[in-house]
Design a protein around this ligand. Structure first.
Ligand code: GAR
Length: 232
């Protein structure tokens, strides 16, 4: 059971839920008050329940349609009014009016160095680019945490973690290396948002001096010329 904290998080998943697990394990400044899924068979729901967190699957068939399923998910989130909505492998597009209502309060993790490789099959596409370009410009891959806006895998970037692509890499080895990074980067970002060391201002992320130093220590990248929070 996690201790109650004022900063509340709802995590949305669609499948395996390994990022959700790392968010549960590494919660320091936030409480996860619910894990929601658009997929009744999402394995990630089980781990959340075992951790004592309410985990709810919204079944499209029971709801009657995709529109109604989405509506049920949105109504639930609005009723619990979390401080932050965290998309951790959530593979359903959010409606723009919902995104607008929660502007600056939805974050997503994506397995590439955005803006490169939006969408699906990111590791495959990164490997293809690597083999086409040789071991130069395309030698890096990684993951990105960003605020969610009206596009797909767009929205202001918060932080990225990078790794090398090795000539011997296949999709599986590369995906595993990136997933390790995801499991470090995502809880770090969510803890920092909860601690008010990262905030959303004027459609971009701003950072406290503390978090800028931590990012450097961890080898995480923040957007170039990131605005810095003023003390007080
Ligand atoms: C993660 O790699 C995440 O970055 C990706 O889905 C995977 C979910 O794994 N998300 C996206 O591609 C979103 N565009 P998990 O269920 O084990 O956390």
């Amino acid at each position: 059971m996690q201790p109650a904290r004022n900063f509340t998080v709802v995590v949305l998943i669609s499948g395996r839920g390994s990022n959700c697990q790392s968010l549960i394990r590494q919660a320091e400044d936030y409480s996860i008050i619910g894990v929601l899924s658009n997929n009744v068979d999402a394995p990630g729901l089980k781990y959340a329940r075992e951790a004592g967190i309410e985990a709810i699957a919204f079944d499209r068939k029971t709801a009657g349609s995709l529109v109604q399923q989405k509506q049920q998910i949105y109504s639930h989130i609005e009723a619990v009014a979390p401080s932050l909505i965290v998309l951790a492998g959530y593979m359903q597009i959010l409606e723009s009016d919902f995104v607008e209502r929660f502007e600056g309060k939805i974050v997503n993790i994506h397995p590439s160095l955005l803006p490169r490789f939006k969408g699906l099959d990111t590791h495959k596409r990164a490997l293809q680019a690597f083999h086409q370009a040789g071991v130069s410009a395309e030698a890096k891959h990684g993951c990105t945490v960003h605020y969610v806006d009206w596009g797909v895998d767009s929205g202001p970037i918060i932080a990225q973690a990078r790794c090398r692509i090795m000539p011997s890499d296949g999709e599986e080895t590369l995906a595993a290396r990136v997933l390790d990074l995801e499991h470090r980067l995502f809880p770090w970002v969510v803890n920092a948002i909860a601690a008010n060391d990262i905030a959303y201002r004027d459609r971009q992320a701003i950072f406290s001096p503390k978090v800028i130093a931590e990012a450097k220590d961890n080898g995480f990248l923040l957007p170039e010329r990131s605005p810095v929070m003023q003390p007080g």
